[in-house]
Design a binder for this molecule. Structure first.
Ligand SMILES: C[S@@+](CC[C@H](N)C(=O)[O-])C[C@H]1O[C@@H](n2cnc3c(N)ncnc32)[C@H](O)[C@@H]1O
Length: 210
């Protein structure tokens, strides 16, 4: 069983997320509306784990209207080569990047692909660079609840993927390939001040204010 990787995946990425995550457009639009509340004129924005630029495209009108700058980070060179959105796209490991003070950082479906200690350190470093009035916006998978509701949630997720046209064997293969690679966030991991603003099943959006 091979581990899941985003390397060599850029051309398939946009259709894949829409097949796997039926709420992807809705959540992206919500993220854009939320980020808009925190981006000042001349503001600085980071997109962590940018892939092909979904976050940058959602933020394009507000970035332009407020002359704000966006730096998009992804560790996969082919994702950055395929990046099609405003801002500066950089091949970089988000856990090692030298962040400057910023107004908004968006981690949209990205933290779950970091090792648990690395993402906790990253969050501390991001909090230090977050300007007053700004926000860190995280959309990610959350460790499911225990007991029968966990089974209910898993079935909801699989049914959604099937309804979007994913093939049964591919769903199982991906799930197993994600073992140890995709580590959902733990409840409370983002800190007590993280406010939940979006949820579909075990995918959740939070705001952490500066
Ligand atoms: C599920 S995708 C993110 C989706 C994207 N934000 C969107 O809005 O569609 C996760 C991305 O995070 C990137 N990634 C994973 N670990 C990373 C790291 N340590 N530093 C930078 N990018 C990373 C992967 O290459 C991949 O493109």
């Amino acid at each position: 069983m091979q581990d899941w990787t985003f390397h060599g995946f850029a051309s398939a990425f946009d259709s894949h997320v829409r097949e796997q995550l039926p709420w992807y457009e809705l959540a992206s639009a919500a993220m854009g509306l939320i980020a808009r509340q925190y981006i000042p004129k001349g503001g600085k924005v980071y997109d962590l784990g940018a892939s092909t630029g979904n976050v940058g495209r959602a933020l394009a009108p507000v970035l332009e209207a407020r002359a704000a700058t966006l730096t998009a980070l992804d560790e996969c060179p082919d994702m950055i080569a395929a990046y099609a959105a405003p801002g500066r796209a950089v091949v970089a490991d988000m856990t090692r990047f030298a962040y400057k003070p910023f107004d908004v950082a968006v981690a949209f479906l990205a933290f779950m692909f970091l090792a648990v200690p690395a993402r906790r350190k990253l969050l501390q470093r991001l909090r230090q660079q977050l300007r007053p009035g700004g926000a860190i916006i995280v959309f990610d998978k959350l460790v499911p609840p225990g007991g029968y509701p966990a089974t209910v949630l898993a079935r909801l997720t699989w049914a959604s993927k099937l309804a979007q046209g994913a093939e049964e064997a591919a769903i199982v293969r991906k799930e197993l390939a994600l073992s140890g690679i995709q580590r959902p966030l733990y409840p409370g991991e983002l800190g007590e001040d993280a406010v939940e603003v979006f949820r579909f099943g075990d995918f959740v959006g939070w705001i952490i204010e500066g």
